[in-house]
Design a protein around this ligand. Structure first.
Ligand SMILES: [Cu+2]
Length: 77
């Protein structure tokens, strides 16, 4: 199973309505298994096999800005 967890930085969320819009946009993507949107930190954590570019465009379609947060913890140097 190529399931992985991706963290996105989301800009533009101001209230729980925004949070829900982002959550729903990500959740309906094919391959996405679990979504958690953190309004306070402006981030989203997505588990599943969808591509990050699909996630970013889904969020942007809702009117928010999404960026991948580089995951520095997966490779200890
Ligand atoms: Cu809002």
């Amino acid at each position: 199973m190529a399931s992985e967890t991706i963290e996105l930085k989301i800009d533009g969320m101001t209230c729980s309505h925004c949070q829900r819009a982002v959550h729903q946009a990500l959740e309906k993507l094919p391959g996405v298994e679990h979504v958690r949107v953190d309004l306070e930190h402006g981030s989203a954590t997505i588990s599943g096999s969808a591509t990050t570019s699909a996630m970013i465009s889904a969020v942007e379609d809702e009117g928010y800005i999404a960026q991948v947060i580089p995951n520095s913890s997966s490779h200890g140097s």
